[in-house]
Ligand binder design. Structure first.
Ligand code: ZN
Length: 263
């Protein structure tokens, strides 16, 4: 039996029997990893307050090859994102990258760059006060890059001109756009303005925390969100339903009149 150490983010918790939980982490060392946390449901548990959703933890577990589910032995908090427990809008936004990783990544397949992208995304949502949806937009684009589905945004796929037209057409399946000088689009394509293309180019490359600086109107934001989430759904079989995104849309509709939701 080997003792393993890892750093990870709590993606999901499920009750197991009367006293235990199965915790799914996204770790730097092992990728997605589910562990049994025995006795973690009691009020006297040594894990009390530690295994909270989206906490960034340092963990130790026992690796026994003949056992399918390994047992957690120790967990300590590296960082808990304090605002997630007090601000529903931030918690909802943080749920999106975590659900994407939880559903689309396979077990025991480490991807340290993706781990850091997820951690940077949660940190940025915790630390910033406005422009938070741009952080999630940047995450989605950069997640696509890390997963081998980078869209071609630096030029029109047809005429290769780097400057987009006022109106352009993005093709979800092919992952490129054709400018309005070359086509008038078809039913498969999504309309996107020249500014929209410029925004996507910025968001796909910027440090996720800097994404908050992009100026995005509510209408433009909705257009980008629809395009980005449909892009994920087109290319990832496991992401045809993203509950956290649907939840966010409901929340946005609820809070729209007083504009208190982050754009
Ligand atoms: Zn063109």
């Amino acid at each position: 039996m080997a003792i393993q150490k890892a750093e990870g983010i709590v993606l999901r918790r499920r009750s197991q029997g009367e006293t235990s939980k199965i915790i799914t982490f996204y770790t730097r060392e092992f990728g997605k990893l589910s562990l049994m946390a025995k006795g973690s449901r009691g009020i006297h548990s040594k894990y009390l307050g530690t295994l909270e959703t989206y906490n960034h933890l340092s963990i130790v577990f026992y690796q026994k090859d003949q056992r399918q589910l390994q047992y957690l032995s120790q967990a300590s908090i590296v960082r808990s994102f304090a605002t997630f427990s007090t601000q529903l809008a931030k918690f909802s936004l943080a749920s999106i990258p975590c659900e994407v990783v939880e559903k689309a990544e396979i077990d025991n397949h480490p991807h340290p760059q993706l781990y850091h992208l997820l951690l940077d995304t949660l940190t940025a949502i915790d630390e910033h006060h406005s422009g938070l949806r741009n952080i999630v937009r940047a995450f989605i684009l950069q997640y696509a890059v890390h997963s081998g589905f980078e869209p071609e945004l630096d030029r029109c796929h047809h005429c290769s001109r780097p400057d987009p037209a006022d109106l352009n057409f993005f093709f979800l399946t092919d992952g490129y756009y054709i400018c309005g000088r070359c086509t008038s689009g078809d039913v498969q394509s999504r309309r996107i303005s020249g500014y929209g293309v410029q925004l996507l180019r910025w968001l796909i490359k910027c440090p996720v925390g800097s994404a908050v600086d992009a100026q995005v109107s509510a209408a433009m934001g909705s257009e980008l969100d629809l395009l980005l989430f449909d892009y994920l759904k087109t290319h990832f079989e496991s992401l045809t339903v993203i509950h956290s995104y649907d939840q966010l849309l409901k929340l946005s509709a609820e809070f729209a009149p007083n504009k208190s939701n982050p754009q």
